[in-house]
Design a protein around this ligand. Structure first.
Ligand code: MV4
Length: 454
């Protein structure tokens, strides 16, 4: 096992990695920006190195600064967390060239999944179900129209370099194609420096369901079942749960088995998340793969009992999956996570400032992953995620009851948070019955708006 690991992140995920290292007897090195001098990841790591000014590009995204810190501190490995440098193939390559283990997949696997169209073809080759779509990049709007005629409207244009919904357009009729093609192309070029587009059949109001996989460096792969992430707003997830009520044991087994074969074929390593859309007929279709640990990983940890960050560290140190995982993976109970963001609950604008009052709920089956503390200051430069509240119950009803109780006891004053929004969602009948899709938040907010005007 590693003696010393650098954590190239901040906030709750930096603490999450530090905690795992601590419990495994690994020394930790934090890096931080000038805005994070008083942050908990700096306090809880064994060593901390300031790598630059507050702006991300000058600190947490500054590859030479991060690598220099790793060399000065003499670490054997870097854990990138999520976001920031976690899916940067170039960074993974620089780590390799510097003789530092990048705790994640090989650079080629990151690069493959970063090119959404190539990822699609790789999945297709391994018999993972994909949606009907274009074979490759669309050269012109006319070519797009030809494909759409074959596939059937509505179709969706997506950016090859995409993600997060940018450069995406739904096209419902041939006469819309030309305008939407050029709009998507321009948006993708602006956002990713690459305007290339591909096409898929559009699924209306899909569910978003993702499978967690782990792969060791000896060709072994395991599927750790799925998470349901349909409660989203503007491509930001708000609530995630595991397992999904819509995935039957048979479907879970089938997709899991196919993914294991696929990941072995690709030469995938470490933790990954394979995203699917589910249509009204409960069929799953691959859309993209994330090559990192995800924000919502704790719900999978709760129902499988597997510590995914420790698994990442052990895989990166060369251990085999059969020594990391129990002989038979079982799903126990139901887990739900609420992402608590520092933002105004109605305007959804970021809220920065000093925490005055702070109280966290506890009790059986309640977990909080957060880097907040009383009198702590939330800087305005970074992600608005400030805490994750995760509950684990015997079944979904118990998890919902636990979450409602825990939200009522979660007190954060001094800034605006999404706690009141979560409280309202947990009272919603549609949500409580599990009858929702990715259109839920839009309907929910429209309902809330209507009743506030009455
Ligand atoms: C889709 C889709 C419908 N059909 N692809 C949005 C972000 C990107 N990761 C994929 N997205 C979608 N892809 C096809 N073929 C609908 C969406 C989509 C969506 C997906 C998951 C969760 C929320 C969403 C909100 C709007 C659109």
């Amino acid at each position: 096992m590693f003696r010393k690991v650098l954590v190239a992140n901040r906030g709750e995920i930096a603490l999450r990695v530090i905690n795992a290292c601590r419990e495994m007897g690994i020394r930790t090195v934090a890096v931080y920006s000038e805005a994070d001098r008083n942050a908990l990841h700096v306090r809880f790591a064994d060593e901390a190195i300031c790598i630059g000014p507050p702006r991300l590009a000058e600190s947490y995204l500054n590859i030479p600064a991060v690598i220099s810190a790793a060399e000065i501190a003499d670490v054997e490995a870097i854990h990138p967390g999520y976001g920031l440098l976690s899916e940067n193939a170039n960074f993974a390559e620089v780590c390799r060239a510097s003789n530092i283990k990048f705790i994640g997949p090989p650079p080629d696997a990151i690069r493959l999944m970063g090119e959404k169209e190539k990822a699609r073809q790789a999945m297709k080759k391994a018999h993972v179900p994909i949606l009907p779509g274009s074979d490759g990049i669309l050269a012109t709007a006319e070519e797009a129209q030809d494909w759409a005629k074959k596939i059937g409207y509505p179709v969706i244009l997506k950016a090859k370099a995409g993600g997060g919904g940018r450069g995406m357009r739904i096209v419902r009729a041939p006469e819309e194609m030309s305008n939407l093609f050029h709009a998507a192309n321009a948006e993708a070029a602006g956002a990713f420096g690459n305007g290339e587009l591909y096409m898929e059949k559009c699924i209306e109001n899909p569910r978003h369901i993702e499978f967690q996989v782990l792969a060791d460096e000896h060709g072994n792969v395991a599927s750790l079942s799925e998470r349901e992430c349909s409660i989203q707003r503007r491509h930001q997830k708000l609530i995630e749960e595991a397992p999904s009520l819509q995935v039957s044991p048979k479907l879970r087994e089938e997709i899991g088995r196919t993914l294991c074969r696929c990941m072995a074929e690709i030469g995938y390593q470490n933790s990954g998340t394979v995203e699917f859309l589910m249509d009204q007929d409960h069929h799953l279709y691959f859309i993209e793969m994330n090559t990192r640990i995800q924000v919502e990983h704790p719900v999978t940890e709760a129902v499988t009992g597997v510590d995914l960050v420790k698994a990442q560290l052990r895989i990166a140190a060369g251990e085999r999956l059969d020594s990391i995982l129990p002989p038979r993976l079982e799903i126990r109970g139901h887990a739900i996570e609420c992402r608590v963001n520092a933002e105004h609950p109605e305007k959804f604008t970021p809220s920065a400032g000093r925490i005055t009052t702070f109280h966290v709920p506890g009790g059986n089956g309640v977990r909080i992953d957060s880097a907040l503390y009383a009198e702590g200051v939330i800087p305005p430069y970074y992600d608005s995620l400030i805490a994750k509240l995760i509950v684990h119950g015997r079944d979904r009803a118990e998890a919902i009851a636990k979450m409602s109780r825990a939200l009522d006891q979660f007190i954060i004053e001094g800034i605006h948070t999404t706690i009141p929004l979560h409280q309202a969602i947990f009272q919603d009948e549609e949500f409580r019955e599990g009858k929702f899709d990715t259109g839920f938040m839009e309907r929910f907010l429209a309902k809330a708006n209507r009743s506030s005007k009455e």
